[in-house]
Design a protein around this ligand. Structure first.
Ligand code: SF4
Length: 969
């Protein structure tokens, strides 16, 4: 244990338990900086820098620079942040374990000890992203969805089980337990951690704050508990696991001073949507946000966690709440041991970090005030989470957007009569993708629309024979029955989903209470609305059962469908085929309502264009209303059993009703009961066979797990940084191209490159599974890169999807008159690879916004893209590009692909690149038109830190780390 600044101090970790900490007050006493006025989030990072200061990985000057953090002008320095642990979800976690397995194989090929590849900090992986809503509206939905999940993901789960035994510091939480951030909040987070170390001549216990990074952008949910952490790309997480600090530029910290109280009828979801809109407008991208003041102190931890969760949506690196009594109360209430709770409180008190700061106590870069009483019930959408709409205005806003031109963000419909509905017969099912199955429609005749809601949906990408049989066996309650009447604005998906909200008992109980009142009045949900409830932990089901509310949710179709991400990540499963057909035929702008945090186009469902985020009780209310073009403050939701109009206000539960239900239902014992012996509680997991050993035996027959080519021809010497010459454009994109666009996570279309590849491997469309589930296979993922059905490549105007133009080398006669040949992006990239032609991507603002997706960068690299030139980048994606050895470059203000009149027929060269490049310097973009005319423009190198130069020179983080580990050995 190093103690460079002699700050180790004793403290009482509880009941006389003598322990040590690296004291920030002791550092301040040395006169290095006014540490007690630093934002709490910065002080927690400073503790890590101080504790890990060894003169090499973390230098004295790193500690001094951060201790002197200047609120108004933070140093332009990178901070080496060594985190205490790492959390992963399975979509991003599988490729990460695949990379570790590939590194072990590479080390073995070099004749060295593969066990040098081992996570050096604890890693928890929660399998939560693989469950899909195939079945819903049935008491058997959970069981059947879990069955499907295990059938589809068997190979991945076998691999993960291998990883569990191969790596010592790797804990796996199997499927069916919960959602990573909720599990982190309710169970994994400890508040403080400790380890034994030498202090003088003795081994002593050293305490330090719980800090982490996760491979999921909503890792920030844990900020609600006072834990510093955020989402990073899989590539950075991997480096963190291998003992590298996570590097980030010294941030500004925005202080949000909360005052007042939320009004009756206003939920934590309304608050987070308000904050998202407020902070988006304040441009907090790349900054920390610290909430403080008496309003912050009054919020319980679940509300704080909801606010922390959506920091990627408002753009901040974190949305942090300092530790106070509420934080300790939450640890106690969720069944953490008394020893842990006391150590947590004592540690933060000893560091003078305990308690919610008040106005004037801390220096923030920017100070913003928000009175909680100003927050209104609202929703956000239809395409972006920051587009908040006051609840009464949703109907008029939707009508406005329907007619607004597409280029202004609308849907470009003309003279729409919103009363016009198309009748969709839901009896039985049309055959799809060659899978024939039907039900006896006569059997269902006479059932009135909405009478029976025990709907089982058919299987995504068509049923496997087994699943088809199961569905047939369930035919008395299979498929929505009766008739749906759908038109523009019809709600077709209503999902209580996402850890953002399901971790918050107040909004979940509010949804249950609203359902109870609706059922008691005889209201029902129309057929055609796909209803689902997917909480982030089994604790939710426990309290919904205990309060007797689940039964009412069931009666409205909100049966439990799984414990996982489902609709939040786009795993909403298919709609009834006749509904999909009608949407397609009439080009309907249908709607989803969900308690999630993302609503980019095609994320929730490929056929649903308008997606609104809202609280769980509002999801139930809109399911009842069946449409979004409604003013719920004035218009009735429906008629009760006596034919009387019923309004939202008639159903909305009061705060005291919610509190009473919560008090009777939530106990620490409940949390302890569900957070133990995960494998024992999950027999399906135990049945999965697994291989053993240090090295993974790659199976060429597997289409889920494949040895990636990142270490092919690996040598100990990195290459030199060289100029990029005569590159071709693979795509030219507009603003806000998301990682969903670049690396889609939804279903794999039969006609896509990935679909055709899987078919060529003998895999039928019904077994395609999603892209996310095949992230362990580079051969599928590279084909899926830029293949999103909604991506618009401006090189091929008027088209959507992964198409581009291929320009054959001059003299080969491939493209006539320099016009290029229209083809899919993957095929073009492979043709360019044959002639070793480097590729570039050109894009507008906020390139790579959305969830962190390592495959958005890995796929870009494997397609042969050498540089991405954009007007601006999302933080994680930019660093992931560097992490994969792809050069991010930024147009200077006022320049863009459009302003330069580029159409993709040009050749691009990037000059001024060499081993001596500096972060943020300008280099030259040279553009050669087809007529030979050349122009030059300066562009900014978006390699932001010195260490990133090293990463780029080594061809990415993975080869960099591997060379370091092999050199040390
Ligand atoms: S529920 Fe949504 S926000 Fe939460 S981990 Fe899953 S995908 Fe991310």
């Amino acid at each position: 244990m190093t103690d460079e600044f002699k700050t180790l101090r004793k403290f009482d970790a509880g009941k006389g338990r003598e322990a040590f900490l690296h004291s920030l007050p002791a550092l301040e006493e040395q006169g290095i900086g006014k540490i007690s006025r630093l934002p709490v989030s910065i002080r927690i990072v400073l503790e890590s820098v101080l504790r890990n200061c060894d003169g090499k990985k973390v230098r004295r000057k790193d500690v001094e620079a951060l201790a002197k953090w200047n609120a108004k002008s933070p140093a332009n320095e990178e901070i080496p942040f060594v985190v205490a642990r790492i959390v992963l979800q399975d979509f991003t976690g599988v490729p990460l374990i695949v990379d570790l397995a590939a590194m072990r194989s590479a080390v073995q090929r070099l004749g060295r000890d593969p066990n040098i590849i081992e996570p050096l900090v604890p890693v928890d992986l929660v399998v939560d992203h693989s469950v899909q809503v195939d079945f819903f509206g049935s008491p058997r939905a959970l069981e059947l969805n879990l069955d499907m999940e295990f059938k589809r993901n068997r190979e991945r789960y076998q691999f993960l089980k291998w990883g569990q035994q191969a790596f010592k510091t790797f804990q796996l939480i199997p499927p069916g337990i919960g959602i990573v951030h909720q599990v982190n909040l309710e169970y994994l987070a400890k508040g403080v951690l400790s380890q034994m170390s030498e202090v003088g001549s003795q081994r002593s216990e050293i305490f330090f704050p719980d800090t982490l990074v996760g491979t999921d952008s909503h890792t920030t949910m844990i900020n609600g508990l006072g834990v510093v952490g955020w989402g990073v790309g899989g590539i950075e997480a991997e480096a963190g696991m291998l003992g590298q600090p996570v590097y980030f530029l010294t941030p500004e910290v925005v202080g949000v001073h909360l005052t007042g109280q939320l009004r009756e009828g206003v939920t934590a979801t309304d608050l987070v949507l308000h904050i998202t809109q407020l902070l988006r407008a304040q441009k907090v991208v790349g900054k920390f946000v610290d909430f403080y003041g008496e309003g912050a102190a009054s919020l319980p931890v679940p509300d704080r966690a909801t606010i922390g969760n959506m920091s990627p949506e408002y753009g901040a690196t974190m949305g942090f709440f300092p530790v106070d009594d509420e934080s300790v109360n939450y640890l106690r209430a969720t069944g953490r041991t008394e020893e842990q709770c006391v150590a947590f409180e004592n540690y933060f008190r000893a560091q003078k970090l305990f308690g919610m700061p008040r106005k004037g106590e801390i220096d923030y870069s920017v100070d913003i005030d928000l009175d909680l009483a100003d927050v209104q019930p609202s929703v956000a959408g239809p395409k972006r989470p920051q587009d908040r709409i006051n609840l009464p205005e949703l109907g008029s806003k939707f009508r406005e957007l329907l007619e607004k031109p597409v280029h202004d963000g609308g849907y470009g419909k003309k003279q729409i009569d919103l009363r016009e509905k198309h009748v969709v017969e839901l009896n039985g099912s049309a055959p799809r993708n060659g899978a024939m199955f039907s039900t006896d429609t006569k059997e269902h005749q006479g059932i009135k629309p909405g009478e029976a809601r025990n709907v089982l949906e058919m299987v995504a990408n068509r049923p496997t024979p087994d699943a088809a049989k199961e569905i047939e066996a369930e035919s008395s309650n299979v498929f929505a029955r009766g008739r749906a009447h759908i038109g523009h604005g019809s709600v077709l998906i209503a999902a209580i989903t996402s850890c953002t909200n399901t971790s918050n008992p107040s909004v979940m109980i509010a949804a249950g209470l609203l359902a109870k009142k609706a059922v008691e009045r005889g209201l029902h949900v129309e057929p055609g609305v796909k209803t689902s409830l997917a909480p982030g932990s089994r604790v939710v089901s426990d309290y919904l059962e205990k309060t007797g509310l689940q039964t009412y949710l069931d009666q409205l179709g909100f049966n439990l469908v799984g414990y996982g991400c489902t609709t939040c990540i786009g795993n909403s499963g298919p709609l009834h085929p006749n509904i999909e057909k009608t949407i397609h035929e009439y080009d309907l702008v249908a709607a989803s309502v969900l308690s999630g945090n993302r609503n980019f186009e095609a994320r929730v469902h490929q056929h649903i264009k308008a997606n609104f985020l809202m609280s769980p009780p509002l999801v139930v209310a809109f399911a009842l209303a069946g449409r979004v073009h409604i003013d719920l403050s004035r218009d009735p939701l429906g008629k009760d059993k006596d034919g009387k109009e019923t309004f939202l206000r008639d159903l909305w539960p009061s705060l005291s009703e919610i509190r009473t239900a919560m008090q009777s239902a939530l106990t620490p014992e409940t949390f302890r009961k569900y957070y133990r012996d995960f494998a024992g509680q999950n027999p399906k997991w135990n049945e999965i066979p697994s291989s053993t050993g240090d090295i993974y035996q790659w199976d060429e027959k597997s289409d889920y797990i494949h040895d990636p080519p990142f270490f092919e021809n690996f040598s100990m010497e990195p290459g030199h940084i060289a100029e990029i010459r005569s590159a071709r454009a693979l795509g030219i994109f507009g603003d806000t191209v998301t990682t969903d666009h670049i690396s889609p996570a939804g279903a794999i279309k039969e006609s896509s490159s990935a679909g055709r590849y899987l078919m060529s491997r003998g895999i039928q469309p019904r077994d395609f599974n999603s892209y996310g589930s095949r992230r362990g296979n580079d051969l599928v993922m590279t084909r899926g890169t830029f293949a999103n059905v909604r991506i618009k490549n401006l090189m091929v105007p008027g088209t959507e999807g992964g198409v581009t133009k291929y320009f054959a080398p001059t003299g080969t006669g491939g493209s006539k008159n320099g016009e290029g040949e229209e083809t899919c992006i993957f095929d073009a990239a492979m043709k360019y690879a044959e002639t070793k032609t480097p590729l570039v991507i050109l894009a507008g603002h906020e390139y790579g916004t959305g969830s962190s997706r390592d495959w958005a960068a890995k796929g870009t690299r494997l397609l042969g893209v050498k540089a991405v030139i954009a007007a601006s980048f999302e933080r994680i994606h930019r660093s992931n590009l560097v992490g994969m050895g792809v050069l991010p470059l930024q147009f200077l203000e006022g320049t863009s692909a459009q302003s330069l009149g580029l159409d993709g027929s040009e050749k691009f060269s990037i000059t001024g690149l060499s081993d001596s490049i500096k972060p943020g310097q300008q280099v030259t973009l040279e553009i050669e038109k087809t007529n030979g005319e050349k122009r030059e423009f300066p562009v900014k190198l978006r390699i932001d830190t010195p260490i990133e130069i090293d990463y780029y020179r080594h061809g990415g983080i993975l080869p960099f780390v591997l060379r370091q580990l092999l050199t040390k050995q």
